[in-house]
Design a protein around this ligand. Structure first.
Ligand code: CMX
Length: 443
């Protein structure tokens, strides 16, 4: 058994015992109350699921196993001359709760490189998909198609016992993570470069190899990919892509089916597609204003025009965060270091100067600050990755790390089928009426 797998087994065996004790002592205690607003309002804030790999605070932002993004940029090992942390290290941390050593990261990088192979059938399917299909849809279809290689599904069919779920889920997740950059790069080169594909280089780490297969070999871009793949990886469990993977997985669907479900959720404009929307919106603004160097006043007018049309300003707002997203700030930090004068980066910063006040002024937006998607496109474009409709695929490759690490935990802890209770409006009316009667009687 490899070191990561053995460490994971040790950790979840201990965790399973601890949870058993916790439940027997405190299982009946109330942890949350649910209001009718929350029932109608997309279940905002209801505490109702377990997610071990990360936790989100409204003010402070994401913490992966207790570590913030600035802390991870200091603490995660760097190899191959990287100046940014490697997502291999983050995956190790999310799965085990331990910060890995440099050797651990090297070993995991090598392990993923060994597993990174697409079958002839995978390539055939990718080749036959029409390039006019959105890259995110192609990506999701390819993940679904690879399901035929799921070891978990195969073993389940053969009568696998519950105690072995984690083992085959781990194998599927490792294989899937290894293959995703190949699939994504294949979609990219097929769609935008007339199928001039670039073979993987197994000597490179996971993100650098992905950059290489995309055809972007600049060392700075490889570092951007390492940072990008790290900061987009996880955002606790309630967001739509993470929750979907968790939900689909709870039916004992394998990692391929569960991840494809999550990718379809990520493809929505209120979620991961926002990185594409941000860049399209900026380009529309440039065209509308007739300048590539708009002033803050011009941007401000355009933002108001956008809102007047009844559409959202992409890249701004969040269902949980109530301050600027640390993932936005990490990207701004990278841009300040590497490309502060880039005109698109400048626009993104000017947009940040004006949007929060305007959104605040509407009086209904709970979070007027930028989220992760407000900055990523400008950086990608700076390094020559200008195909906006590919951006959500990059988000998806990264998001796989967090949701698949958690999926391993889901099966290791034997978390049950998810089945919350829904209500009809009629039932809500009856509930309200019964409360009124009780209140009247008690007065
Ligand atoms: N521009 C204009 N209006 C906005 C807004 C924005 N960026 N963000 C929120 N609002 C509006 C909502 O549409 C809602 O209006 P109505 O009451 O008229 O329907 C009101 O403000 C209240 O919304 P909220 O409670 O503040 O936000 P939600 O939790 O409902 O939604 C989110 C969160 C992210 C969907 C929303 O802020 C949004 O649509 N942002 C733009 C899209 C975006 O950037 N999504 C990416 C999020 C990060 C990610 O998942 O990748």
């Amino acid at each position: 058994m490899d070191k990561l797998k053995a460490l994971f087994k040790e950790r979840f065996t201990t965790a399973t015992e601890e949870i058993k004790v916790l439940l027997s002592a405190h299982g009946n205690e109330v942890i949350d109350e649910v209001t009718i607003d929350q029932v109608y309002g997309g279940m905002r804030g209801i505490k109702c699921m377990i997610w071990e790999t990360s936790s989100l605070d409204a003010q402070e932002g994401i913490r992966f196993r207790g570590f913030s993004i600035p802390e991870l940029r200091q603490l995660l090992p760097r190899i191959n001359g990287a100046t940014e942390p490697l997502p291999e290290g983050l995956f190790w941390l999310m799965l085990t709760g331990d910060l890995p050593t440099e050797d651990d990261v090297k070993a995991l990088s090598l392990e993923w490189a060994k597993r990174a192979r697409l079958s002839d059938a995978d390539i055939d399917l990718l080749d036959h998909m029409d390039s006019s299909i959105h890259p995110m849809t192609q990506f999701s279809i390819a993940i679904m198609a690879m399901q035929s290689t799921s070891l978990f599904a195969h073993e389940y069919e053969g009568g696998m016992t519950k105690s072995r779920y984690w083992e085959f889920m781990y194998e599927d997740c490792m294989n899937l993570i290894a293959k995703l950059p190949l699939v994504a790069a294949y979609v990219y080169r097929k769609t935008f470069y007339g199928s001039q594909h670039i073979a993987p280089d197994p000597k490179l780490d996971w993100s650098a190899n992905f950059a290489h297969m995309l055809g972007k070999d600049a060392p700075e871009f490889k570092d951007l990919m390492r940072l990008y793949m790290t900061i987009h990886a996880d955002h606790e469990g309630g967001n739509a892509s993470a929750h979907t993977v968790h939900l689909v997985g709870s039916t004992l669907s394998d990692a391929y089916l569960a991840l494809a479900g999550g990718m379809n959720a990520l493809a929505g404009p209120l979620h991961g597609l926002a990185n594409q929307e941000v860049m399209d919106w900026i380009y529309d603004m440039i065209e509308d204003l007739g300048t590539r160097t708009p002033t803050r006043d011009q941007i401000s007018d355009y933002v108001k025009k956008t809102i007047a049309k009844g559409v959202v300003v992409p890249g701004y707002g969040h269902a949980v965060l109530r301050s600027p997203d640390p993932r936005f700030l990490a990207q701004r930090d990278f841009a300040r270091k590497h490309c502060p004068d880039d005109p698109m980066v400048q626009i993104v910063w000017h947009v940040f100067d004006v949007v929060p006040d305007i959104l605040q002024g509407l009086g209904k937006v709970k979070n007027p600050w930028p989220n992760v998607d407000a900055h990523s496109g400008a950086l990608l474009e700076h390094y020559g990755l200008g195909e906006h409709n590919f951006y959500t695929v990059l988000f998806g490759v990264s998001r796989a790390l967090g949701v698949l690490a958690q999926l391993c935990w889901d099966r290791a802890l034997n978390l049950p089928l998810e089945r919350p209770k829904s209500l009809t409006t009629e039932e809500i009316r009856e509930f309200v009426a019964s409360k009124k009667v009780k209140t009247t009687l008690s007065v």
